[in-house]
Write a protein that binds this ligand. Structure first.
Ligand SMILES: [Zn+2]
Length: 125
C-alpha cells in the first residue's frame, strides 16, 4: 500500500500538531509538472520549521518519523520555536530522536537511548 496525498496531509498535520496546533502546514507536489519525476509520486511538506520530502513509497511511520525528526528544534537561533526542544525529551533540554519501530514512531533520548514517547501514525500501516 502506498501513501496518497490525503495520507501525506494527515501525517503532516499530525506532526505539526505535536509542535504547535496553530501552526500552518502545506503539501505540494515535488514537481508540479510531472508528479512522477522522482520515480514514485512525491511531495514537499512545508512546515514552520523545515521543508520535508515525502514519497508514496514511504510507510506512514517512516514519513511521520522523518517529519518529526526534521522539524526538530532547539539549537538554530534563526529557526522559529528557537530554544524549545522539539520533540520534547522530558527532563532534558535537548530534543528527542524520532525512529521507526514497526508501524509506530518511537521518540528516544539521544543520551540514554530510553524511549520517551510512542506515536501511532494517523494513517494505518
Ligand atoms: Zn534526553
Amino acid at each position: 500500500m502506498s501513501l496518497t496525498d490525503g495520507d501525506v496531509a494527515l501525517l503532516a498535520r499530525q506532526a505539526a500538531d505535536l509542535l504547535d496546533p496553530a501552526s500552518d502546514v502545506r503539501i505540494e507536489p515535488a514537481d508540479p509538472v510531472d508528479p512522477y519525476r522522482f520515480g514514485s509520486q512525491s511531495w514537499v511538506v512545508r512546515t514552520p520549521v523545515a521543508n520535508v520530502g515525502a514519497s508514496a513509497e514511504d510507510s506512514a511511520a517512516e514519513l511521520l518519523a522523518r517529519l518529526v525528526d526534521q522539524m526538530s528544534t532547539y539549537g538554530d537561533e534563526a529557526a522559529p520555536f528557537y530554544g524549545r526542544a522539539f520533540p520534547a525529551c522530558p527532563g532534558h533540554r535537548h530534543p528527542a530522536r524520532a525512529v521507526v519501530d514497526g508501524s509506530e514512531v518511537v521518540l528516544r533520548c539521544p543520551e540514554t537511548d530510553h524511549e520517551v514517547a510512542r506515536i501511532r501514525p494517523a494513517v494505518p500501516a
